[in-house]
Structure formats: structure tokens, C-alpha cells
Design a protein around this ligand. Structure first.
Ligand SMILES: [Zn+2]
Length: 269
């Protein structure tokens, strides 16, 4: 296999709405957040791919539940990368902010970004452009979703706001591989926050059409999310005004205050 063969990224559906992303060069593959081993093993076999590593973004069972079965089936020396802390069985490498992960096959260089909020130790993996990567790629776990963000199970609105801020500074054409197909319900909420956002209205039409054809709405891009995702738009006048109206507060001095209001609203939406 030519080392410069362009990498391909495809979702393996799991459970009701999880996507296990598979990065491969035609022969070797990495998987991100295998919550279930069964669908991964089936995919590898059907496509004649060998698994060369596992990337984990956070400790929730629907992202980690397949690790041990994959190690058992494919070899316990398979490297498992994941964040610090408990709940990641088989983790061989603890990945911290700004760590560079160099994987020989499929050849890819990934940078680790710590993004607390959904969980305290949540990380994301970023691949900038390289020989076999034409557009930057972000594997963001449950931190960012198309038109939404993860629930704050462990972190604070301030942490989530800073984490989304790190994503906002990535190149606009970065492809964002989120781990759930939550897009249509996220869009329904986003339209309640910004009923006049024309980009969001046209995205809603496109997303419905994709889902009607049973196609994933992902990946999204950072540029797209900056236009349609209320959690990435907490500095926008319409989002701030709606957050003030919903909360009855006339002062929301920071984007974290705005995010706290709309995240709490989404939780009961
Ligand atoms: Zn999660």
C-alpha cells in the first residue's frame, strides 16, 4: 500500500444512533470509540481491513464497551489511546493536550486536544492536512454534534465554552466526525434559539433530505457549525437575546453564561 494513499473515513453504525468512525488506507484501519465490537469486526472482515489501533475520546460505555472484545479477537497488543482517568479498559497510551500521536499504518499524525465539559477528561483528536489527508479532520466524541453539543455530565458551562472555543479556532474546512446522529433533533432546538438563521433553515432542509435517504448527516465542518450551531454562536446577538428572554436575566456577560442558559434549555426541550 502506497503510504500516501488518501485516508478514508466511514461510519460504522452501532446501537441506535452511535457512529464508530473508521479511518483506513485500504488495508489498515483505526477505529474511534468502539462502543460495540460486533459491528467493527464484521466491517473489518467484510472489507478485508486489519485493525491497527483504537482511539478513545471519553470513558462512557457506548464509546468504550467494545475495546476488550476487540483486543481479545484481534490481539492484546493493539494500541488503545485514551484520556487520563478511569473507565477505559485496555488503554495503553494516555493522551494529553498537544500530544502528537504518530500512527504508522494507516499513516496519520494526530494532535490531542483536551475538551472538558461532557466529561472532565474528554479529549478530541485532530489531524491537520498531511500527505494523505486533504482536509483537516476532527474526531470530537460527544463534545460537539452537528448543530448541538454534548450534555454537561461532569464539566461546567465555562469548560464547555472553552472547549468549543478550541474547536472554533481550527481551520473552517475541518471535517468534524461526531459520534452520534442527533442532527435532526439538534436542528429542531437550534431553530427555537435562532428562528431567523437562514443558514440553519437551509441546513435543516438538507439534513432532513439526507435522513430521508437514510444517509448520515456527518461529517459536518467547523465553518458550518459556526453558522448554524447555537452552542458555537453564544457571541451572536440573536442567541444572546434569546438566552436573556428564556432565562429572564438581563445580564449574561460572557459566552459561558449564554451557553449555560441554552444548554439548560436544551436539557428540558
Ligand atoms: Zn458520552
Amino acid at each position: 500500500m502506497d503510504k500516501n494513499t488518501l485516508l478514508q473515513v466511514w461510519p460504522i453504525p452501532a446501537f441506535d444512533d452511535n457512529y464508530i468512525w473508521r479511518i483506513h488506507d485500504g488495508s489498515a484501519a483505526l477505529v474511534v470509540d468502539p462502543g460495540d465490537a460486533g459491528p467493527v469486526l464484521k466491517y473489518l472482515e467484510r472489507n478485508k481491513l486489519s485493525l491497527s489501533g483504537i482511539l478513545i475520546t471519553h470513558h462512557h460505555a457506548d464509546h468504550t464497551g467494545g475495546i476488550l472484545n476487540l483486543l481479545e479477537a484481534l490481539g492484546s497488543d493493539l494500541p488503545v489511546y485514551g484520556p487520563v482517568g478511569d473507565g477505559i479498559p485496555g488503554r495503553a497510551v494516555v493522551a494529553m493536550q498537544d500530544d502528537k500521536i504518530e500512527i504508522p499504518s494507516p499513516r496519520i499524525s494526530l494532535k490531542v486536544i483536551e475538551v472538558p465539559g461532557h466529561t472532565l477528561t474528554h479529549i478530541a483528536y485532530f489531524a491537520n492536512m498531511q500527505a494523505n489527508v486533504v482536509e483537516p479532520m476532527l474526531f470530537c466524541g460527544d463534545t460537539l454534534f452537528a448543530s448541538g453539543c454534548g450534555r454537561l455530565f461532569e464539566g461546567t458551562p465555562t469548560q464547555m465554552s472553552e472547549s468549543l472555543g478550541k474547536f472554533a479556532s481550527l481551520p473552517k474546512n475541518t471535517l468534524v466526525y461526531c459520534t452520534h446522529e442527533y442532527t435532526l433533533s439538534n436542528i429542531r432546538f437550534a431553530l427555537a434559539v435562532e428562528p431567523n438563521n437562514l443558514n440553519l433553515i437551509s441546513w435543516s432542509d438538507r439534513a432532513h433530505s439526507l435522513r430521508n435517504q437514510k444517509l448520515p448527516t456527518l461529517p459536518t465542518t467547523i465553518g458550518q457549525e459556526l453558522q448554524v450551531n447555537p452552542f458555537m454562536r453564544c457571541d451572536q446577538p440573536e442567541v444572546i437575546a434569546m438566552a436573556k428572554e428564556v432565562s429572564g436575566q438581563d445580564q449574561l456577560p460572557t459566552t459561558a453564561h449564554v451557553l449555560a442558559v441554552i444548554r439548560a434549555w436544551k436539557d428540558r426541550f
